[in-house]
Design a protein around this ligand. Structure first.
Ligand code: URA
Length: 267
């Protein structure tokens, strides 16, 4: 006998601690955005940027040690062009130690964008964000709100692996932040979900403990847009603290983010 098609989805929800959805309905407290995002996004997405120039034809201007100039970053008109411009970056001490530059990946027009801290060992080997154990859980978290990894965009504060997976220093984060800002400008997400304390501090400027502020709407201004930010736990933390409470908290945060995206889409 084959499994019901919803079986895998239900298993994932249960694994994330959303036990009552299928078998035992439980009262889930409504998600209250304590500081609701001030802006609504237009229902219709702006027309996509003009088709990118062929990658091979693009030679980004660089400074003498191979780092992209600010004009090359600001002038990139697609993610592909931006990646070409910055993937040889040596602007901070992390550059020389990397195996692969981890640019980020996903839908270039994603409405929901996730920002983590920085690549770990698996990401450094593969050149892709969140592909290790934490990535597996992130995929499940995304699945639990009815989306697939390809539907969202996943990036990091720093694009090269910090040694021993330590937290990036403020200097390293600052050296990389312009790249992330340009990515956000090109993607134009409706909502950003920050994973853990580092992206919340370095991208949004909020240094309060993540346990205190998770689930509370924040905002970040990138370019000329103000973007609602939903802070939640880092999946690596969820793996370490695999309790029902932590998993439910993440589920509620992602559900609130997805609801905001859907509302914005309705207009
Ligand atoms: N942790 C992160 O913050 N980012 C990754 O890409 C992988 C693990």
């Amino acid at each position: 006998m084959t499994d019901h098609p919803l079986q895998a989805w239900r298993d994932t929800l249960e694994e994330l601690g959303v036990m009552g959805l299928v078998r035992e309905p439980v009262q889930v407290a409504p998600v209250v955005a304590t500081d609701p995002p001030p802006t609504r996004q237009p229902a219709v997405r702006p027309a996509p940027a003009p088709a990118p120039r062929p990658a091979a034809a693009y030679a980004p201007p660089t400074d003498p040690i191979g780092c992209p100039t600010a004009q090359a970053v600001a002038g990139a008109t697609s993610l592909q062009e931006l990646q070409l411009a910055i993937q040889g970056c040596l602007a901070c001490p992390l550059g020389p130690g990397r195996l692969k530059f981890v640019f980020g990946e996903g839908d270039p027009l994603a409405r929901l964008m996730f920002v983590g801290e920085g690549p770990g060992r698996d990401e450094d080997l593969q050149g892709r964000p969140f592909v290790g154990k934490a990535g597996e859980l992130l995929d499940k978290m995304i699945g639990a709100i009815g989306l697939k990894r390809e539907d969202v965009y996943i990036g990091n504060i720093v694009k090269c692996r910090p040694p021993d997976n330590r937290t990036p220093t403020p200097e390293e984060a600052r050296a990389c932040l312009g790249y992330l800002h340009r990515q956000i400008e090109l993607i134009r997400p409706t909502v950003i979900v920050t994973l853990g304390a580092t992206p919340l501090r370095e991208l949004v400027g909020v240094s309060e403990g993540i346990t205190r502020v998770r689930g509370q709407w924040k905002r970040v201004v990138v370019g000329n847009r103000e973007i609602p930010v939903m802070p939640t736990f880092h999946p690596a933390y969820v793996l370490r603290q695999y309790t029902q409470d932590v998993r439910r908290a993440v589920w509620e945060d992602l559900k609130a983010a997805k609801e905001w995206v859907d509302k914005a889409q309705e207009g």
